[in-house]
Design a protein around this ligand. Structure first.
Ligand SMILES: *Cc1c(COP(=O)(O)O)cnc(C)c1O
Length: 251
């Protein structure tokens, strides 16, 4: 990894970029600590996951060298193309984007967790491949809390039924819920969705469904992670506030 880093360090423009990522990293950590404290938690109670779509591996590895413990990719193909180069000795990789059933076999065993499980069909495929590979896959159930047509995720009304169905599957471990709320123009609106999600999370936790461990509530991104933590999130997924605005090369 030092070799990869020094290669990056040779280039002055990249050096500046890395300095910015470093400043952002520690600023986000501070903000997380403050928000956590405001609800009687500490920074250690909150998982800071970096959303790494479009970010070059050198920069991802640099952020890992600062102490980042979790990264999340959106697309199977991008994840696989970077997989060999990530420095994952002290960092875990999650899949946070929509997953097609036919791509499950390519990533089971390679990611620590799949956060975006939104249907029984997908869970069944993850279970099947996990059994074949003789391993257990950790998942979160994605909830479409705003009920938006354009978004994937199970609805708040169907999540419980889905959990009961998934709990019966082999080699799969549900560890919580994930959500991407609608884009909101103000804080009141975002709190409405986060609070609804937190209620759902607490409600389901209290039912103590067999095989379901409600450990993680994954919500909050660059624009609203502090609000999410105040509403009960214990995992936030942050991209642009850490790495800067995304540059889509192929779009
Ligand atoms: C891109 C992405 C994020 C992070 O978004 P930012 O606004 O850049 O922080 C979080 N979660 C998911 C599922 C994403 O795709």
């Amino acid at each position: 990894m030092t070799e990869k880093l020094s290669k990056v360090n040779n280039i002055e423009a990249d050096n500046e970029k890395l300095e910015q990522v470093k400043r952002n990293f520690f600023e986000i950590q501070e903000n997380i600590a403050k928000s956590a404290q405001s609800v009687g938690k500490t920074a250690d109670d909150i998982i800071f996951l970096a959303a790494t779509k479009t970010v070059p591996v050198e920069i991802i590895n640099y952020s890992i060298s600062l102490g980042l413990k979790y990264i999340g990719e959106n697309k199977v193909q991008e994840f696989l193309s970077k997989y060999e180069q990530y420095n994952l000795d002290n960092c875990k990789a999650h899949l946070i984007g929509h997953l097609q059933t036919n791509k499950v076999k390519q990533i089971v065993g390679k990611v620590d967790m799949i956060q975006s499980v939104d249907s029984l069909k997908l869970a069944q495929e993850i279970s099947k491949i996990s059994v074949q590979k003789n391993l257990t896959t950790k998942i979160l159930i994605e909830v479409n809390i705003g009920g938006e047509e354009s978004k994937s995720g199970t609805t708040p009304e169907t999540v419980e039924e889905l959990l009961y169905q998934v709990s019966a599957l082999d080699n799969i471990k549900v560890e919580g819920l994930m959500t991407i709320p609608p884009i909101c123009s103000n804080n009141n609106e975002i709190y409405k969705y986060f609070d609804k999600m937190n209620k759902l999370f607490i409600d389901i936790s209290s039912k103590k469904i067999d095989n379901i461990n409600m450990c993680y509530l994954s919500m909050g991104m660059s624009n609203d992670y502090q609000e999410a933590i105040k509403s009960g999130a214990n995992m936030v997924r942050i991209g642009s506030s850490l790495y800067g605005a995304r540059q889509y090369i192929n779009k």
